[in-house]
Ligand binder design. Structure first.
Ligand SMILES: Cc1ncc(COP(=O)(O)O)c(C=O)c1O
Length: 462
């Protein structure tokens, strides 16, 4: 190992002439000796160059661009732990402001102070919400002298995997409504036969991961209200608004999908999606304080003061909350409306261009969310291109466009999905659609002409 000598070339040589660049990088064991900070930075930085480019990543819903002032705040806040409420009291004040703003945006009843917490993302938010509903159900059943050993929840196969994760980790039977060709969301009629007195909650999706569509939330709400009136079962609906929670309030504020529906008792949003904050921030909000059983809240005093806490993890970075507050102040309603509507217009522009490709059919065209989902058109007589191959071709140009099969019973359908985010301009739409077009043409030509992929030449022996 190399000892650092301040007079040596290690310090004085141009960065890449330092000796660390002519040796293997330690990979799986802590190295015995360190290296200069600049060398370590450069080595890690260069390895990360092999990652995809976040700007061209249409697979992810997660924010990949913020203004320089947000970056500055993030850097200033990096050392702070959100849990240290006593040490960083302003963090907690801002945390409460953010939860309150989100609660009001989602029409939490005006009489109550919105109850909720920032989380690391929507998965944690959903787990916390469903744990609360499970405990509320248990408390009620125990008070009635009824068994509590077989809780279930109803969820569409269109839901994100975190729902199944909750069911498995927290021992709740997941009653999953299957999809079918042409129907990729669920409604009241699908949910109805699966409900019983042991149902702790029903999931409603505002923007599904697979097709970017929304469940028929109003019909599920009407069903749950009816079931309550007729059978006496109090079954809450949780809205998974990971993707749509920051879209509809700005694009279609009149549309009632949130706490305005009486059976909605909790909602999660992903602030790190269209809340326009970097990865690491979600929020769960309850309709009212009574939806979160007191016994689930931990009161911690060993950091000083009384800190009520309802999260799965204890420590977490504070920058997500701070950046969300920054974006709320920076943009306000007007700014969010402009950002969201621009993303929607660009998604629709992309959809309109892709719709012209013979052999491609749109499942989602950006009408509700800035998401475009396409499949090959089964009966068009056009070329039957494998979208997974198309996805790989696009990757050669740098675009990250995932192709995947839909959940059961629509698993025979392969789709590709493009999420249009704030930093994807119309110019990028033009470039992407031109590349999809030419890759699609090339693949269909290869298919009809039976073109084989070029054979790799054998290397000459040396
Ligand atoms: C609808 C939906 N719910 C939940 C999640 C999980 O969110 P997170 O990645 O923030 O845990 C996602 C992630 O993409 C999602 O699309």
């Amino acid at each position: 190992m190399h000892k650092l000598n301040v007079d040596s070339d290690d310090v004085l040589a141009p960065t890449y002439a330092g000796r660390w660049f002519a040796h293997d990088v330690p990979k799986y064991r802590l190295p015995a000796e360190g290296m200069a900070a600049e060398a370590a930075y450069q080595l890690v930085h260069d390895e990360l160059n092999l990652d995809g480019n976040p700007t061209l990543n249409l697979a992810s819903f997660v924010t990949s661009w913020m203004e320089p002032q947000a970056n500055r705040l993030a850097e200033e806040t990096l050392p702070k732990n959100l849990i240290d409420q006593d040490e960083y009291p302003m963090m907690e004040v801002i945390h409460r402001r953010v939860v309150s703003m989100i609660g009001r945006l989602l029409h939490a009843p005006a009489a109550s102070q919105p109850t909720g917490t920032a989380t690391i993302g929507s998965s944690e938010a959903i787990m916390l919400a469903m744990l609360a509903h499970k405990r509320t159900w248990q408390l009620r059943r125990r008070a009635e002298g009824k068994p509590v050993d077989r809780p279930n929840m109803v969820v569409g196969a269109d839901a994100h995997t975190c729902w199944e994760k909750f069911a498995r980790y927290f021992e709740v039977e997941a009653r999953i409504v299957p999809l079918e060709e042409g129907r990729y969301t669920i409604g009241g009629a699908d949910v109805s036969p699966l409900l019983d007195e042991n149902t702790i909650g029903v999931a409603g999706l505002l923007g599904t991961t697979f097709t970017g569509q929304m469940d028929d939330l109003r019909s599920i709400d009407a069903l749950l209200t009816k079931v309550h009136d007729e059978r006496g079962w109090r079954i809450p609906m949780h809205i998974d608004a990971a993707s749509g929670g920051f879209i509809l309030p700005f694009s279609k504020p009149q549309e009632e999908w949130d706490f305005r529906l009486p059976s909605v008792h909790s909602i999660n949003v992903s602030n790190h999606k269209f809340g326009l904050v970097y990865p690491g921030m979600g929020t769960v909000v309850f309709r009212e304080a009574a939806d979160l059983p007191e016994e689930l809240i931990f009161h911690i005093n060993y950091l000083g003061g009384d800190m009520p806490n309802y999260t799965l993890n204890f420590s977490r970075p504070a920058y997500g909350v701070i950046l969300q507050y920054f974006s709320f102040l920076r943009l306000g309603h007007t700014g969010y409306r402009r950002v969201i509507n621009t993303a929607l217009e660009n998604a629709r522009a992309l959809a309109a261009r892709l719709a012209k490709i013979e052999g491609l059919e749109l499942i989602e065209d950006g009408s509700n969310f800035p998401i475009v989902v396409a499949r090959t058109a089964p009966d068009s007589g056009g070329p039957d291109v494998d979208l997974r191959v198309l996805s790989r071709r696009l990757r050669e140009r740098g675009w990250i466009v995932p192709a995947y099969t839909l959940p059961p019973n629509a698993e025979h359908i392969t789709v590709m999905r493009m999420v249009i985010k704030e930093n994807f301009s119309r110019d990028m739409v033009e470039l992407l659609s031109a590349d999809v077009h030419s890759a699609f043409q090339a693949l269909s030509r290869e298919k009809t002409e039976g073109v084989q992929p070029p054979r790799t030449r054998r290397r000459p022996h040396c």
